[in-house]
Design a protein around this ligand. Structure first.
Ligand SMILES: [Zn+2]
Length: 285
């Protein structure tokens, strides 16, 4: 989404902004936020984790989180009727950017110069696709954490941007069971997990995301990652690697898919006596 919006937004001025849903900007007043955004010129469109960052020349920022069903649509041919539209930005070239959100969990937040970095630092961990991110750094993030590896990876402060789909896909690539305690992941598994996370995210970005329910790209097209899922949503279908039917369970309240043969719950090659005492105690209860 960022890749499509950057070329159409960069250098453009927000001529007029209309926010029709108070939930999008609460606790602030929609009319006030819309007025603040009017006249701003876009310097860059970036992403951190699941946040879309619209940087203005004034150094102020519009921080957008799409949550479950938010999407942005850019059009030069006028807008159709849409009961789920929550905001419209009219640009100085006459085109429109419309924000649509069926379930209304998405948020728009205007930040003053200097506010963005501390805001994100408190909420979002390292970027897994950043060149500076290494397997060792991932290991540091998982140390002494008893939570299931899936829950640890869904925590945005561990790593930025991994959601339910990409965690399942990364764990399948790494051949790690989603319920394994994060602290029990050994060095070899850590390397596989590091590669698996990056490969799963890169595949998703290359295919422009996955189109489930209401997702759409800014140009009206749809992503195709859903055709490439290895485990997510594929319960009962054969594993691409070994043919075993994909199993479904729940971890932290989230639907979770994995291959019971490729991703054994017990660490491969580890005898019970060589496992950390804490996880042995956990698995015996
Ligand atoms: Zn398998």
């Amino acid at each position: 989404m960022r890749a499509q919006l950057a070329p159409v937004l960069t250098g453009r001025r927000f001529e007029h902004v209309e926010i029709s849903d108070p939930r999008l900007v609460r606790p602030y007043e929609p009319a006030e936020v819309a007025a603040e955004l009017g006249g701003e010129r876009v310097a860059a469109v970036e992403r951190r984790g699941k946040y879309l960052i619209v940087r203005f020349e004034s150094k102020r920022v519009l921080l957008i989180h799409l949550r479950m069903t938010g999407s942005l649509r850019h059009t030069s041919t006028g807008l159709d009727e849409d009961p789920h539209r929550r905001a419209v930005v009219k640009l100085d070239d006459g085109s429109d950017v419309a924000y649509r959100d069926v379930r209304r969990f998405g948020t728009w937040l205007v930040l003053e110069p200097g506010e963005l970095e501390p805001y994100l630092a408190a909420r979002v961990g390292e970027e897994p696709l950043d060149a500076l991110f290494t397997a060792a750094r991932l290991g540091e993030r998982l140390e002494r954490r008893r939570a299931p590896i899936k829950a640890a990876l869904l925590d945005q402060r561990t790593l930025a941007g991994l959601g339910n789909i990409y965690v399942d896909e990364a764990l399948w690539r790494a051949r790690i069971h989603p319920l394994r305690p994060a602290e029990s992941i050994d060095r070899n598994e850590l390397r596989r997990l590091y590669k698996g996370i990056r490969a799963a995210l890169e595949a998703g970005i290359a295919r422009q995301g996955s189109t489930l329910r209401d997702y759409a790209l800014p140009d009206g097209g749809s992503g195709s990652m859903q055709h490439e899922f290895k485990v997510y949503g594929r319960g009962g279908e054969p594993c691409d690697r070994c043919g075993t039917p994909i199993a479904k369970t729940r971890v932290g309240g989230r639907g979770t898919w994995f291959c019971p043969a490729c991703q054994p719950e017990r660490q491969a090659g580890a005898s019970p006596s060589s496992r950390p005492s804490r996880s042995r105690r956990q698995s015996s209860v």
